[in-house]
Design a protein around this ligand. Structure first.
Ligand code: SF4
Length: 460
């Protein structure tokens, strides 16, 4: 690390000369990659249903589907109910090992015919393309989000970015030059016009924060990741988020080369914070279990449990860098996967005790085929509420939110025949007195648009 600090000067890479380009390239050349083996024939995990249908996978993969299930899935191929027309099947060997012990995790990655029984829902949930001024970029709030990768190590069947994978709505991956140009020009304009967009009178917030998303940026090689984060820092980004489920799908990805790359970045940009936005859905993704599939207490008097080493070690490495790295977790609440208050209670407690913030729980978005994944909103709220019973104030920081086309709405509670929402992040300058919304409850509602009295919110 000291050697790196000696070689790289922030001043050198912030000039616009040819030598600065050379310095940038020489810095990238210091980043090392590794060929990871996530399982499957080419090391990218088992991709698609075909290997299962061909029956050529090692025996341990055969626990995922019965012959009857494979027959049913095969019959749907090529029809309007083709499961992989909705979402490709993918999983790593690491996740398969977890799935063997836990039925809920199996439901997270296992394709089932019911997914395409009712295909109502949106191809582009929350109309994200509406906020895409440049291909591969979402600029919705005061920050920007980049579609940096077009896949993940495994695929969650409930994914709301499935259109990026299927390419059905025109979502594309970013070209980093276009994004940094956009950020620089936008910030120049915002400063020039004192933070007001002269075309529509709306506020223009300086873009200081960027989220690398996808897909999962952690499937990219370190050199490619480094190009993204160095260029974003160079464009003036001071908080870089990396959205990833890799600690659940393939924690071995967080190896020495990756941490060396992060240290290199920090030595060049000491004032830029990196926030890993993790996606642990269920505690069985990181806790050890005994023969009876019970979590193992971490010591005799402990109220916490023992973590799997391969997941704990990268968390410890990340926490060693707390001076420039933070960890937050967010996950949707999904039917048959984590629709249980005890599971979510353990999840929050364990994450908090390892220094990972509990950020958001989400209502499952209005994805195509959502009937197989989403719970009615008021049921989700109840599970969430009960999951926080017995947690201390500092352990229960998570909010339950809906990420809607018009902004993030927090579900405060259901009481006396009413449901109460709070505007958590809005895009239309909702006045303070309208930021709390109370309306008649509706046990059959899945989304904000199912509440009649919220017409104004729907029309924005
Ligand atoms: S990790 Fe996120 S982006 Fe990847 S499949 Fe799961 S929900 Fe989709």
């Amino acid at each position: 690390m000291n050697t790196v600090r000696g070689i790289i000067s922030p001043i050198v890479i912030r000039t616009n000369s040819t030598s600065s380009a050379q310095n940038f390239e020489s810095m990238i050349s210091m980043v090392k990659d590794n060929n990871f083996d996530r399982g499957g024939v080419e090391g990218s995990g088992v991709v698609g249903l075909k290997p299962f249908l061909d029956g050529k996978l090692p025996n341990k993969f055969k626990i995922l589907y019965t012959q009857e299930e494979l027959k049913n899935l095969a019959q749907l191929r090529g029809t309007s109910r083709d499961i992989e027309g909705r979402m490709k099947v993918k999983l790593t060997e690491h996740y398969l090992n977890l799935v063997q012990k836990n039925e809920n995790l199996k439901n997270l990655v296992k394709a089932r015919p019911e997914e395409t029984e009712d295909l109502s829902g949106d191809l582009d949930p929350s109309n994200q393309n509406r906020y895409s001024p440049v291909p591969g970029l979402l600029h919705k709030y005061e920050m920007v989000l980049l579609f940096a990768a077009g896949t993940c190590s495994s695929h969650c069947r409930y994914c709301y970015r499935l259109d990026l994978f299927t390419k059905k709505t025109g979502k594309q991956l970013v070209k980093i030059n276009e994004i940094t140009d956009y950020i620089v020009n936008y910030n120049k304009k915002a400063k020039m016009h004192q933070g007001i967009d002269l075309d529509n009178g709306k506020p223009m917030y300086i873009i200081k924060e960027a989220l690398l998303s996808g897909g999962d940026p952690m499937v990219l090689p370190n050199k490619r990741l480094a190009r993204f984060i160095f260029r974003l820092a160079e464009a003036g980004i001071t908080t870089l988020r990396i959205g990833t489920k890799e600690l659940a799908f393939f924690p071995q990805r967080f190896d020495k080369n990756f941490f060396d790359m992060l240290d290199l970045f920090h030595s060049a940009y000491p004032n830029v914070r990196i926030v890993f936005v993790l996606h642990f859905t269920h505690p069985a993704e990181f806790l050890e279990t005994d023969d009876k599939q019970q979590y193992i207490p971490s010591d005799l008097n402990a109220t916490t449990f023992r973590w799997m080493k391969e997941t704990l070690n990268p968390v410890i490495e990340l926490k060693k860098r707390a001076h420039f790295i933070s960890l937050e977790n967010q996950t949707p609440i999904i039917w048959k996967v984590n629709d249980d208050s005890t599971t979510l209670h353990v999840l929050q407690k364990e994450l908090y005790h390892k220094g990972i913030g509990n950020h958001y729980f989400f209502q499952c978005r209005n994805i195509q085929g959502k009937k197989e994944f989403a719970l009615p909103l008021e049921e989700t709220w109840k599970i969430f509420y009960l999951s926080q019973k017995g947690l201390s104030g500092i352990e229960k920081n998570a909010r339950l939110v809906m990420s809607t086309e018009q902004g993030k709405i927090e579900v405060i509670g259901v009481t006396g025949g009413k449901i109460i929402f709070r505007v958590h992040r809005d895009l239309f300058n909702i006045p303070p007195e309208e930021s709390i919304m109370i309306c008649k409850n509706n046990p059959n509602a899945f989304w904000i648009t199912d509440y009649d009295s919220l017409d104004i919110w729907k029309k924005q």
